[in-house]
Ligand binder design. Structure first.
Ligand code: ADP
Ligand code: MG
Length: 292
């Protein structure tokens, strides 16, 4: 099973939202990590055949997805970033409705909906209206609808945005349990989402993949650029102005700073082992406020 992206470009006017991307995705969970505006949603919409590329191709098992037509939709599950739930539908009715759209038979739809409601922990509330659901419950219903047709390719666009830490962990575990024998692509700007479940990470910036590989391999690209040093508390504000600073920990009159910098920032600074958060700060500190 293989999803192949070749020289994929999507242009809005003169703006390149997706800029000459190539990649091959096989079974496993891929984390698409990038700041807002990086082009993640655009790439996912292209992969779902909802938008047409300006140039380039996407092929599934050697055949252009444009040629598959409905057969491609049958192997695809998609949870859009701004998923439109029907607030007055119950969870069960919503899944039956989505099953009908996907062309599943009534009997199968019923059985599959109940099975999925159970798996995502919503079986007890299947007859409650969606407008009474929390953000986490809505997202769990969202992944359930993406799983209705038992897809081979599961595309989840920022599925954990807006969830509290407990719901986020629950949702991540759900994705892991659903990921067997599938190509799962999960976009996020939250480092900890991909740190735990992604086997491979695609780091996206301004329409390009700037890095791709296993979390460990990608983290190594910032080796030697992460420093720790202890400074007097009074020095912190000026250092914050001057450097890209990660974690800070105050101990009495002193603060231990984590500084992301090409060269040794201070005399007493020592190199620290980088993590994904450092990587994010290194590549995206110029883009936006980061969320961990
Ligand atoms: N329909 C559109 N028309 C014009 N520009 C768009 C359109 N959709 C997205 N963009 C622009 O493309 C860039 C990438 O957007 P998007 O794919 O939504 O990024 P992400 O999901 O990573 O936040 C953004 O700068 C956005 O403003
Ligand atoms: Mg997006």
């Amino acid at each position: 099973m293989e999803l192949r992206i070749e020289n994929l470009t999507k242009q809005y006017g003169s703006f390149l939202a997706v800029n000459d991307l190539s990649a091959v995705l096989t079974c496993g969970v891929y984390g698409l990590l990038g700041a807002n505006g990086a082009g993640k949603t655009t790439l996912m919409r292209l992969l779902c055949d909802i938008q047409l590329p300006t140039t380039g191709t996407i092929s599934y098992d050697g055949q252009d997805i444009r040629e598959y037509g409905d057969r491609y939709r049958n192997v695809l599950g998609y949870l859009p970033q701004d998923f439109g739930y029907y607030p007055d539908f119950t969870a069960m009715k919503f899944l039956l409705y989505m099953s009908a759209i996907k062309g599943l038979s009534k009997g199968y739809a019923r059985q599959r909906s109940l099975e999925l409601l159970d798996e995502v922990g919503l079986l007890q509330v299947r007859d409650k209206k969606i407008k009474t659901f929390s953000g986490g419950m809505k997202q769990r219903l969202g992944i359930a609808q993406a799983m209705l047709n038992d897809p081979k390719i599961l595309i989840l666009d920022e599925p954990t945005a807006g969830l509290d830490p407990k719901e986020r962990v629950r949702f991540r575990n759900l994705i892991s349990s659903f990921s067997r024998n599938k190509i799962v692509l999960l976009s996020t700007h939250i480092v900890s989402d991909v740190e735990y479940i992604a086997g491979d990470i695609l780091v996206m910036k301004k329409g390009k993949f700037i890095h791709e590989g296993k979390p460990d391999e990608i983290i190594h690209t910032v080796d030697g650029k992460v420093w720790e040093c202890r400074v007097a508390n009074g020095e912190v504000p000026s250092l914050e102005m001057k450097y890209n600073i990660g974690n800070m920990r105050t101990e009495g009159e002193t603060t231990i700073l984590r500084i992301i910098c090409e060269t040794k920032p201070l005399e007493n600074a020592v190199n620290a082992a980088p993590n994904l958060e450092d990587l994010y700060l290194y590549y995206f500190s110029d883009e936006e406020e980061h969320i961990i």
